[in-house]
Design a protein around this ligand. Sequence first.
Ligand SMILES: CC(C)(COP(=O)(O)OP(=O)(O)OC[C@H]1O[C@@H](n2cnc3c(N)ncnc32)[C@H](O)[C@@H]1OP(=O)(O)O)[C@@H](O)C(=O)NCCC(=O)NCCS
Length: 183
Amino acid sequence: MIDFDGFPRLTTDRLVLREPVTTDAADILVFRSDPVAQRYNSAPLRDLDESRGLIEEIRDVYANRAGVIWAVTLTETGRVIGIFGFDGWDTYHRRAQVGYDLSRDLWGRGLATEALAAILAYGFSELGLHRVEAQTIADNEESVRLLGRLGFQREGTRRDHSFEEDGLFHDGAIYGLLAPERP
Ligand SMILES: CC(C)(COP(=O)(O)OP(=O)(O)OC[C@H]1O[C@@H](n2cnc3c(N)ncnc32)[C@H](O)[C@@H]1OP(=O)(O)O)[C@@H](O)C(=O)NCCC(=O)NCCS
């Protein structure tokens, strides 16, 4: 079980997931300022200051023991290519929400699946989670496919839940994965 004494470091075949630090701001800005990647996510970041602000926010999640959010790096280069993690951790109900984003130049290679599988394994074993929840825009096809590949079930729809850059309202989709169901 996690004791918050030192940030957990995870490794997979192609990735190292580690503590996010302020000096990651330039790498993170690359994908979090991408309007295409961010079309169904929060507003694109505009500059390094905003990127540092995001890093502070995700570090605070760990500092406040509300979850663990990792900087995902490519083992080969050390470049930060994504942010994956848990927030909203409820230790009584043993549930948390998962979030993820990956640099668009690396989509379609299975890297998000690899990172998400690693953090789910960590969440179920080390955080003692029973339920992992994901909320995504129903039209976010890559995100929906990613959740499906890892065994998440769609549990509901929030009609017209968000107003997006394309000037339209989009349904929100709620997904859940329970510990006994994990692949
Ligand atoms: C959601 C997101 C992380 C998914 O990324 P992704 O690249 O589609 O997912 P993966 O890296 O796991 O790649 C999977 C694809 O690679 C293919 N692939 C290629 N090589 C592979 C390999 N070695 N192993 C597994 N899959 C591989 C798979 O077949 C799959 O293709 P498909 O989508 O056509 O079925 C990405 O689209 C993203 O960052 N979006 C923007 C941020 C966002 O919207 N986040 C969600 C907010 S709720």
